[in-house]
Write a protein that binds this ligand. Structure first.
Ligand code: XMP
Length: 513
């Protein structure tokens, strides 16, 4: 059975990072809600460790007490090594009979920690270490049977362990990069304490996933809406490996994709991967429903609904019993981690399953984005797909300010292609989150070839970001910006002006609509 370390999510802002760090060390990890039935997980995995995450609440709150009691009882019965982090650290101390001071000495940010004993969880750490703190409650007295391993100026108990049992707590956040020896703390816990082997690999994932899809779908038929993005492409190729031609991969050409993208996607999946590929040319339909619409939300709604209608027709025609979706782990964390126990779920991410009334299979539901990219590489998907930058569902429609017409989309498509080419040839692609053009709804006066012109303006949006939640406009060398600007005004006759967007997110969003 696959080794797994469970992370109980008490609502801490860094909780998802804990599972990431563990997986980075080659041990599979899942985040579970406090109300999870732990028996379910025991049936699926060899549970090697339990981590209690941080959280915003205080141990003195009533609700946290109920959860805490249930959880601690289970841990003690199973004798699985437990590590409490921040709030989790306080939970253990409190439940075991220690003292917690509420709202006393708060600590936020990088803090100096003094290691009193560099053993077990703190093995290999120096006497003084920098750690990341974010807490207002503090453990002030040790429960019986426990010993202190570290302290700071304001917190007498920053790390502890039980003298006999395998129970540990740290007030700091080892999962945050500012904790310099955070990875060492996880190594100690995973390999010395939990005795994990550390053999979780994406290759295993592929084999297991193919088997699971096979078991779930059997001889029946499935469909997938394949957009050419890394998630749906990876899900489609995995499912194809499992059930072959029983899967129909539907690509809907909305007319709102980037230059040459529909053709290139079709070629990849038919010629290289031999998928049962259905190319649906819906350009007319999308341009028709978008006529006269300029409100951004209205555009998004119309595109979403039209997409579902077009897809629904194909799915019915195919007679599919299952819908494969490329939902990934962060999508599920955002929607509350329901149905964590099986790869077949009924929850609804894109609105499709409800309309179709069929079951969903989500082969990537436990993976992070970089893990999906690794699977994509292992499956042999081209770099164009495995390393693809984010692209919004409504496509170029939300990069045309004002009405979306064939003409306006054609302009932004050309400009986008130039941005992409120049950023790529300058070798800047990998360090950027996104880079694209936006067609504005204003015209300005210019002079081209000694003639006065009155033409469109294109804005360049080039940003750096880690997760898309916040972003900075990128400091692109002027020479690259100049090349982009010159090419756009030379090669696209409808454009006489190019501007660079100097707005971070917040206050701006990455997309303009
Ligand atoms: P914003 O514009 O909100 O975007 O700062 C954050 C990230 O999300 C992408 N984005 C979308 N992705 N469907 C998607 O799949 C959408 O409707 C959508 N809208 C924005 C955006 O490109 C950026 O990476």
């Amino acid at each position: 059975m696959l080794e797994c370390v469970l992370v109980m999510d008490f609502g801490g802002q860094y909780c998802h990072l804990i599972a990431r760090r563990i997986r980075e060390l080659g041990v599979y990890s899942e985040i579970i809600p406090p109300a999870a039935d732990l028996g379910d997980y025991g049936d699926r995995y060899e549970i090697k460790g339990f981590i209690l995450s941080g959280g915003p609440q205080s141990v003195y709150e009533k609700d946290s007490q109920r959860l805490r009691e249930e959880f601690m009882k289970h841990i003690r019965d199973e004798n699985i090594p437990v590590l409490g982090i921040c709030y989790g650290h306080q939970v253990i101390a409190f439940y075991e009979g220690g003292e917690i001071e509420s709202g006393g000495m708060k600590e936020y940010g990088v803090t100096d920690m003094v290691v009193d004993k560099s053993v077990s969880i703190l093995k290999g750490l120096s006497r003084k270490e920098k750690v990341w703190m974010s807490h207002s409650d503090t453990v002030t007295g040790m429960p019986p049977g426990y010993e202190i391993l570290a302290h700071t100026r304001n917190s007498p108990v920053v790390a502890f362990r039980h003298r006999k049992k395998q129970i540990y707590g740290v007030q700091f956040h080892p999962e945050v990069v500012h904790t310099e020896k955070g990875v060492q703390v996880f190594r100690n816990y995973l390999f010395n304490i939990c005795k994990c082997k550390g053999n979780w690999e994406m290759g295993d994932f592929i084999e297991e996933s193919i088997e699971k899809i096979n078991t779930a779908i059997g001889e029946k038929k499935a469909v997938i809406a394949l957009s050419g993005g890394v998630d749906s492409s990876t899900a489609a190729v995995l499912a194809h490996r499992a059930i072959g031609k029983q899967l129909t991969s539907v690509f809907i050409d909305t007319g709102l994709m980037r230059k040459n993208e529909p053709e290139s996607i079709q070629k990849t999946f038919t010629e290289d991967f031999h998928l049962n590929f259905r190319f649906v040319d819906a350009k007319e339909r999308f341009f028709k429903v978008l006529e006269g619409v300029s409100d951004p939300e209205e555009k998004r709604k119309i595109i979403g609904e039209t997409f579902i209608k077009v897809f629904e027709d194909v799915a019915r025609e195919v007679g599919a019993d299952y819908l494969i979706q490329g939902t990934i782990y962060p999508d599920r964390i955002e929607s509350g981690l329901k149905d964590a126990a099986t790869i077949k779920t009924h929850h609804n991410v894109g609105g499709l399953p409800e309309v179709l009334g069929i079951e969903i299979v989500e082969p990537l539901q436990d993976l992070y984005k970089d893990e999906v990219r690794e699977v994509a590489r292992k499956l042999g998907l081209p770099e164009e797909i495995s390393e693809r930058h984010p692209f919004p569902g409504p496509g170029l429609a939300i990069r045309v300010i004002g009405e979306v017409t064939r003409e306006s989309v054609a302009i932004v498509k050309e400009a986008d292609a130039i941005v992409k080419e120049e950023i790529k040839s300058a070798g800047l692609e990998k360090g950027l989150w996104q880079f694209f053009a936006v067609l504005l709804s204003i015209k300005t006066v210019g002079v081209q070839g000694d003639v006065r012109t009155y033409r469109n303006t294109v804005a360049l949006r080039i940003v750096e970001s880690v997760d898309g939640m916040t972003a900075n406009f990128a400091e692109i060398p002027y020479v690259v910006l100049e090349r982009i600007s010159t090419r756009i005004t030379n090669e696209i006759p409808e454009v006489n002006r190019v501007v660079y967007d100097l707005t971070h997110k917040p206050p701006g969003t990455i997309e303009w609509e």
